[in-house]
Design a protein around this ligand. Structure first.
Ligand code: DX5
Ligand code: ZN
Length: 225
């Protein structure tokens, strides 16, 4: 019991910097900086201009990111036609691919497809989507990504109701698949990260907090951990 408590106390938050806030003119340099700065994953935001009102990068650029990265990729799809994009990014061997439940008619089938490609499947929930919506998918998932902003842009304000959603998700995960990780994305900083840790969040995505930190990316990552 004492040991279990100790482990819980010593659990360190994993950090996935979002390269959306990097300098795209120096992308390899900025990816290397966060890898050397102690991050756990590289979060890649893929937007198609349809599911979200913004457009980002495709496989050619993500291939360069993968080459520069010494940490695994965490690809966050914000697109229509998820299956097409899974095929596009699978050859880059990301650790995770997450897709939005709001944009998928056959999530169970897509989860199986992602896993069959040797990639860890994850589902993303927009700020309005309750965790109960995916209760019966949890046993097949390796991670759930809770949005704490509306997807589409970096630098937005954290939506506090994600705390209650994370708490409810944690309860469902403990019942259905305790190995499934919880990741939170959007507006995360050194002020709200403790609230997320307290409700059982395993990984935080941070874009502007990491890349715009006055003391640099390494300091930003350590402050989140
Ligand atoms: C938003 C993206 C986020 C974003 C996070 O659609 O999914 O990953 O880059 O950026 P910050 O941390 O600045 O909110
Ligand atoms: Zn993201």
């Amino acid at each position: 019991m004492g040991e279990a408590l100790l482990c819980k106390k010593e659990k360190i938050m994993m950090v996935a910097p979002s390269i959306l806030s990097a300098d795209f003119g120096h992308l390899a340099r900025d990816v290397e900086a966060v890898c050397n700065g102690g991050c756990d994953l590289i979060h890649v935001d893929v937007m198609d201009g349809h599911f979200v009102p913004n457009l980002t990068i495709g496989p050619a650029v993500v291939e360069s990111v993968a080459k520069a990265a010494s940490k695994p990729l965490d690809i966050h799809l914000m697109v229509e036609n998820n299956s097409f994009f899974v095929d596009l990014f699978a050859p880059l061997k990301p650790s995770f691919i997450s897709f939005h439940i709001e944009e998928e008619k056959h999530p169970h089938r897509l989860i199986q497809k992602i896993r069959a490609l040797g990639i860890r499947p994850a589902i993303t929930l927009n700020p309005h989507t309750p965790p109960e919506a995916i209760e019966f998918l949890l046993e097949d998932l390796d991670m759930v990504l809770l949005m704490s902003v509306n997807p589409g842009f970096g630098g937005q304000k954290f939506i506090p109701s994600v705390i209650e959603r994370a708490r409810r998700l944690k309860t469902l995960i403990q019942k259905r698949n305790p190995k499934c990780l919880i990741e939170v994305d959007g507006g995360v900083n050194d002020q709200n990260v403790k609230l997320l840790a307290d409700v059982g969040v395993d990984i935080v995505v941070a874009g502007s907090f990491v890349y715009k930190h006055p003391q640099g990316v390494k300091e930003a990552i350590s402050s989140l951990k």
